[in-house]
Design a binder for this molecule. Structure first.
Ligand SMILES: Nc1ncnc2c1ncn2[C@@H]1O[C@H](COP(=O)(O)OP(=O)(O)OP(=O)(O)O)[C@@H](O)[C@H]1O
Ligand SMILES: [Mg+2]
Length: 346
C-alpha cells in the first residue's frame, strides 16, 4: 500500500510552461495534458472584479468583449504584466488538471517562467503554485527546457544553440554541460509579427484589423522570405475601413506578408548573430557541426529556418513539435534525475 500511495503522490507532480501566449501542463508519467492560451477574461460588476473565463474560453472573447468584461493576457513581451491575474490563471489550470481527483498528498511542480521575470515575480509565481497545493516548486530557464524538449545534447560537453521563438520573446542560448554558456533574449516573437501585419494592412490598405485576425493570417500564410514568384497565395482580409468607418474586404499576397514580417524577423536574426559573435570559439566550433535548433510557435513560420541558415551559413532545423518543446523539456527535467541540476528554487 505504501507503494500505491507513493505512486499516486508522484503521479500528481506536474511541469508547467507558463508562456506569454500559451500555458502547457505536463503531468509525470502522462505527458502533456493541457495546452491553452494564457488569457483570462475578467468581469467587473459593481466595482468587483471576477474571473469569467480562462484559457480557450477567454481567448475566444478577445477583441469581442462588452465594456464590463476584459480579456487580459497577464504575461506580455516575456514579462509578467499582471501578477494577480497570472496567479489566478495558474491556480485555475492546476485545479483543472487535478480535476475532481482528491489530492492524497501535495504534488511537486516545476515551472518554466518567462526569462524577463524579476525575482519578485518569480517568487509570486512560486507562491501561486504553493497556494494551489504544491509541496515544492522548482523553476527552470526557458532555453534549457526548450533544448531538453528538443532532444539536444545538453548534458554533454558539446556546445549547441537553441532559438526559441515564443509569443513575447525570442530566447537565444548556447548550452553545454547542463548550463547556459551564453543567453540573450530579444523582445520580438509572434506578437510582434501580428502587430507588424496589423500595421502593414493599416498603412497600405487603410484597413483596421484585430490581433486575432492578424495572428490567423500569420499562422496560415506567414512566410519569412518572399515566395519564388514574389506573390504566392493571395488572401482576403476583412476589417474596418479607416476612411469611412465601414466594414470592408481587401486582398494581399504572401510577398506582401513577407514584407510586413521583415522587421520582426530581421530582429530575431540579428539576435542570433549577436549570440554567435559572443560564443566562445570551442563552443562555436561545435555549433558549426550541430547547427541551430528552432523551437517555440514562431519556428513554424514558413521559411524561417532557411532565412536563418542563409544569414548565418549554419545548418538550421526546426524541432519536431516546436510548440510543445518547452513543456516536454520541463517535464523531462522533473522526471529524469540526469537533469535535476538544471532546476532552481528561486
Ligand atoms: N503555424 C504557426 N505559424 C506561425 N506562428 C505560429 C504558428 N503556430 C503558433 N504560432 C505563434 O507562436 C506563438 C506562440 O508560441 P509559444 O507557445 O511557443 O509561445 P509562448 O511560450 O507562450 O511565449 P513565450 O515563450 O514568449 O513566453 C504565437 O505568437 C503564435 O501566433
Ligand atoms: Mg515559450
Amino acid at each position: 500500500m505504501v507503494f500505491g500511495n507513493l505512486f499516486k503522490f508522484r503521479s500528481q507532480d506536474m511541469a508547467i510552461d507558463l508562456g506569454t501566449a500559451n500555458t502547457v501542463v505536463y503531468v509525470r508519467g502522462q505527458g502533456i495534458v493541457l495546452n491553452e492560451p494564457s488569457v483570462v477574461a475578467i468581469e467587473t460588476s459593481n466595482g468587483v472584479k471576477k474571473v469569467k473565463a480562462v484559457g480557450n474560453d477567454a481567448k475566444m472573447m478577445m477583441g469581442k468583449t462588452p465594456d464590463s468584461i476584459e480579456a487580459i493576457r497577464p504575461l506580455r513581451d516575456g514579462v509578467i504584466a499582471d501578477i494577480d491575474v497570472a496567479e489566478q490563471m495558474i491556480k485555475h489550470f492546476i485545479k483543472k488538471v487535478h480535476g475532481k481527483r482528491k489530492l492524497l498528498s501535495y504534488p511537486e511542480i516545476v515551472i518554466c517562467v518567462p526569462s524577463g521575470s524579476t525575482s519578485v515575480e518569480r517568487r509570486a509565481i512560486r507562491d501561486a503554485a504553493s497556494n494551489a497545493g504544491a509541496s515544492q516548486v522548482f523553476l527552470i530557464e526557458e532555453p534549457m527546457a526548450a533544448a531538453i524538449g528538443a532532444d539536444m545534447p545538453v548534458t554533454e560537453p558539446i556546445g549547441s544553440m537553441v532559438v526559441d521563438v515564443g509569443g513575447g520573446t525570442t530566447e537565444v542560448a548556447v548550452l553545454s554541460l547542463r548550463g547556459l554558456a551564453y543567453t540573450t533574449s530579444v523582445r520580438t516573437g509572434g506578437d510582434k509579427m501580428d502587430e507588424a501585419i496589423v500595421s502593414y494592412v493599416r498603412r497600405h490598405h487603410n484597413l483596421l484589423i484585430g490581433e486575432t485576425t492578424a495572428e490567423r493570417i500569420k499562422k496560415d500564410f506567414g512566410v519569412a522570405m518572399a515566395p519564388a514568384d514574389g506573390i504566392g497565395h493571395t488572401i482576403h482580409i476583412k476589417g474596418r475601413d479607416l476612411v469611412n468607418g465601414v466594414p470592408k474586404e481587401i486582398s494581399i499576397n504572401q510577398g506582401q506578408i513577407a514584407e510586413a514580417l521583415g522587421e520582426p524577423i530581421g530582429t530575431i536574426i540579428e539576435g542570433v548573430r549577436i549570440a554567435l559573435e559572443n560564443t566562445a570559439p570551442e563552443l562555436a566550433a561545435d555549433i558549426v557541426d550541430q547547427g541551430i535548433v528552432l523551437t517555440g510557435g514562431g519556428a513554424l513560420i514558413s521559411g524561417l529556418d532557411e532565412a536563418l541558415s542563409e544569414e548565418t551559413g549554419l545548418p538550421v532545423t526546426v524541432a519536431e513539435d516546436p510548440l510543445a518543446c518547452v513543456a516536454i523539456g520541463t517535464g523531462r527535467a522533473m522526471e529524469d534525475e540526469i537533469f535535476r541540476g538544471v532546476l532552481t528554487t528561486a
